[in-house]
Design a protein around this ligand. Structure first.
Ligand code: ZN
Ligand code: ZN
Length: 174
């Protein structure tokens, strides 16, 4: 990261930490930089592994402490999915998450339009925390490639089956 790009981040971090009563430390700055660098919603353990690369002395306890300070200062959010460890996301704009059931990656997605939720009368939404489950583009592509690469016999079978409803020459088995 260049010095020019680093300066506003440091100033912002310093200010936010101070507002929430936390001290600025090089470790907190480093952990925040790790979160900003690759926004793939790492777990605390993954943050620790990444943080150690350029700060070998940092401990897991310090990483937990840094993540806690960042979350409490409103610089990162903790994303809890129904399974697995909590993940961390530095995107503080309102957003939802897409969880790939195949590779367990988490992606930021835009919130659905307000009209997209039909809440019962009397309920007022203030915050949305939605996780959409499915397959990410890479996993979807891999799944489609696997299907294409199926044995010719099964491909043949698939085509025959797909053609059946419009096949006029079929003798028909009613
Ligand atoms: Zn995936
Ligand atoms: Zn996110």
């Amino acid at each position: 990261m260049s010095t020019a790009a680093k300066k506003p981040m440091t100033a912002r971090l310093n200010e936010r930490l101070a507002t929430s009563g936390f001290r600025f430390t090089p470790q907190r700055e480093h952990v925040y930089a790790v979160l900003l660098q690759k926004r793939d919603h790492p777990t605390a353990e993954e943050v620790f592994i990444r943080a150690k690369r350029t700060m070998p002395d940092i401990s897991m306890a310090t990483v937990y402490n840094c993540l806690d300070a960042l979350v409490k200062s409103g610089l990162a959010r903790q994303v809890t999915l129904e399974r697995g460890a909590a993940r961390f996301c530095p995107n503080m704009a309102e957003h939802s998450h897409f969880y790939c059931d195949q590779c367990q990656s988490v992606f930021d997605i835009e919130l659905p339009p307000e009209s997209g939720w039909a809440l019962p009368a009397g309920f007022k939404a203030e915050r949305m925390d939605v996780t959409v489950h499915g397959r990410c583009p890479a996993c979807d592509k891999a799944a489609r490639a696997r299907r294409r690469g199926a044995t010719p016999a099964s491909n043949e079978q698939y085509r025959a089956k797909a053609a059946t409803p419009t096949d006029e020459h079929s003798d028909g088995d009613h």
